[in-house]
Design a protein. Sequence first.
Length: 339
Amino acid sequence: MRLLLLLFISQLFGPAMAQSVLHYAETSGFDHQTRTVSLAFMQDIGAELGFSVVDDPDGSAFNSLANLAAFDVIVFSNTSGNALLVPSQRANFEAYVAAGGSVLGIHAASDTYRHTTANGANTGTWDFYAELIGASVQENPNHVSGTPLYAMHHIGTHASTAHLPDPWLKNEEYYYWESGYYRPDNIAVLEVEETIGPNNLVNSYDAPRPMSWYRELAQGGRVFYTALGHAPSNFISDTLFRTHVRDALGWLLGTVSVADEEMLLALTVWPNPTSRTINVSRAGSRTGTVQILDSTGRQLVTHACSCAPCSIDLSALVSGIYWCISDDKHIRVPFIIHQ
């Protein structure tokens, strides 16, 4: 949490406590039926990163600024509609952000309190929210038909994409922004390739477009949004989606420093998942070896690797989760084998 909010919390409660995340998944529009699995997903990530998770099914946590000040990050997970928080609750949330609070939005968080300038009905109730999240999905159509497979490419470098393949092939309900609202100073980290619209044509809104982005707020907090996360399976079995959200939360919580981000990006492994081989490259001019370990930490393969990509044969290994580890043991990149 940023310094201003820590000072605010200390004034209210004394010394700052362990990090805590609020999971908010109320809906007054389309319900993605991900509330329960999203909570379990957050709790699992919290166990890994060392933060607690409080669930808010009805917005009651927004009843006072003191309540909100206890949280390092507030997550809007597949919230929807514009009939969620009453004016006093919205004011408390605005004060939370003004005090340095950080926010994570997932998928339909951009179909919540749609911006005045966005097309469609029921817009303009609370533009602060849409401008904070960074977008309002367009209407008619909102997205591609179904959850087709498309490639997403990294834009720049960020902790949230450090452990993702580039490109990342994913089945998803890819949103459209063209006639909705999109904040121009969002810093995109993932962009989907050109898609095909529900009318089976490539429309102007099908052009390559951001799917995840972030901003550092002048008040001291941070915002991260991903348009991914439509189906419940994202929260149950999609390991790459989990990795993306986990690392975004690490960045929001400040547990990933600039130096850590550079270190995470120093070793690149692709494709992920893989079946027979992986390619590995090391950033800059670093040379040395990498090791492949199984989930128990047992060393299986040692391979010389320089900054140029090297290919490692994994055909002798069974399906499962493995780690590619640098020779100095400081960089660990997980990957999956499907044989």
